[in-house]
Design a protein around this ligand. Structure first.
Ligand code: AMP
Length: 174
């Protein structure tokens, strides 16, 4: 969010979008509510369709920060098909130790932040999302950033790796 604001890009968070659907009681919201509470991933086809529609909005025309997407190889491949294989400029991986992550999630008070769902999210991350780091590293667009510390400091670190990166293009993912 802060990074998108600083760069004047749209902030596209699939988690936020799903939470909005749940709050609005849409059909999609009703489908994903229990999945989110368990810490599992929403099925790829629902997530990809929602994301692809979102990035056609006017505010995304000048570029966007993807937050929490892609989380699976299928999502990454769909994004490649949608954007072309050079569609992403940078992938930022925030490095945070597991115990610190659990502590942070437990204290932010989100409905889906029970200890059990958090542990499940970490398992799902390791199994389904971590392989994406190698997928994008093969394109040399991955930067790891220390995700521990003050938000302002972490924001500066992220901005410096994005701005120091390849430049020119407009789609970034965190
Ligand atoms: P987040 O706000 O990014 O932590 O996402 C909250 C929840 O939304 C996740 O635990 C998943 O259930 C769901 N979700 C968000 N993004 C995705 C995604 N890219 N693929 C599948 N499920 C997602």
């Amino acid at each position: 969010m802060r990074v998108a604001e600083r760069l004047g890009l749209a902030h596209v968070s699939t988690g936020e979008m799903f939470r909005q659907h749940v709050a609005d009681g849409t059909d999609l919201g009703m489908k994903v509510d229990a999945i989110m509470k368990s810490g599992d991933l929403v099925p790829d086809e629902l997530t990809i369709a929602m994301l692809e529609e979102r990035i056609t909005h006017d505010d995304a025309a000048g570029g966007y920060i993807l937050d929490g997407f892609p989380r699976t190889l299928t999502q990454a491949q769909a994004l490649d098909e949608h954007l072309g294989a050079n569609g992403l400029d940078a992938v930022v991986v925030l490095d945070v130790a597991e115990e610190e992550l659990v502590g942070r999630m437990m204290s932010r008070g989100r409905k889906d932040d029970t200890e059990e769902s958090i542990r499940n999210r970490l398992r799902v991350y390791a199994a389904d999302t971590m392989p994406l780091i190698a997928f994008y590293a093969a394109r040399d667009i991955v930067a790891s950033v220390d995700g521990v510390g003050e938000l302002d400091d972490i924001t500066v670190r992220i901005l410096s790796v994005i701005e120091g990166g390849s430049g020119g293009g407009q789609n970034r993912t965190v």
